[in-house]
Design a protein around this ligand. Structure first.
Ligand code: PGA
Length: 230
């Protein structure tokens, strides 16, 4: 079977010093498993720290990830962070299309597709978050090489609410996604995943891992979750 891919999406949480503590605790406490690969998606301000720390601890491979990328390439775009800058930090994967970006920053399917294209141009793998099948279709219609995309299904009602989605419903959504994006595509589930809620999803082969928000902000909760997957 595939490895479970578990991504810590810190969102707008953690400072430089709490991120230092997080990483120290993680490397001191986490018992690595061949069955899990871990990604960390910090804010841009902590990306350098995460990148240096991950590279220094190369015996425990961790993916350096970003939460977002500019749809622009380079130039006069104040406040933006481009794919080439992520690449310099060793970012291998970047979340795009998160429902919080769609809701609070009015990101449309077109904007998300532009971001996917930017990332692919720099060989960074997009982790495309979707909550509706129509959002999957919009990406597929662009003709991207599907083997270069990864996905997270995150039903809005489950994100940050403490109400994880019914695993049967998730598995059946993932099956319909597989028809569009290919049987081999990596598809994570996200939405109120914790050490307490994760177990039922493990029974479904469609679930390739988890995109974790709230339960990733504190290292001990995230590690409890990782250990409970084993
Ligand atoms: P949550 O967030 O784990 O806090 O529900 C998941 C996500 O939005 O990626």
């Amino acid at each position: 079977m595939n490895k479970y891919w578990v991504v810590a999406n810190w969102k707008l949480n953690n400072t430089y010093s709490t991120a230092e503590e997080w990483l120290r605790f993680f490397y001191d406490t986490y018992t690595p498993s061949d069955r899990i690969s871990v990604g960390i998606a910090p804010s841009f301000t902590e990306l350098g720290l995460v990148s240096h720390t991950v590279k220094r601890n190369a015996d425990l491979p961790v993916q350096i990830m970003a939460q977002d990328v500019s749809r622009f390439n380079v130039g006069k775009y104040t406040g933006e962070v481009g794919a080439f800058q992520l690449l310099e930090h060793g970012v291998s994967h970047c979340i795009v299309g998160h429902s919080e970006r769609r809701q609070y920053f009015n990101e449309s399917n077109d904007v998300i597709n532009e971001k996917i294209e930017r990332l692919l141009n720099y060989d960074i793998t997009p982790l495309i978050a979707v909550s509706e099948i129509e959002q999957v279709q919009s990406v597929c219609e662009k003709g991207f090489d599907l083997s270069r995309l990864t996905w997270a299904y995150e039903p809005i009602s489950a994100i940050g609410t403490g109400n994880p989605a019914d695993p049967h419903v998730v598995a059946s959504f993932l099956k319909s996604m597989n028809h569009l994006v290919g049987e081999d595509a990596y598809i994570l589930y996200g939405g109120s995943v914790t050490a307490e809620t994760v177990k039922p999803y493990l029974a479904f082969e469609q679930v390739d891992g988890f995109l974790v928000g709230g339960a990733s902000v504190k290292a001990n909760e995230f590690i409890d979750l990782l250990h409970s997957i084993l």
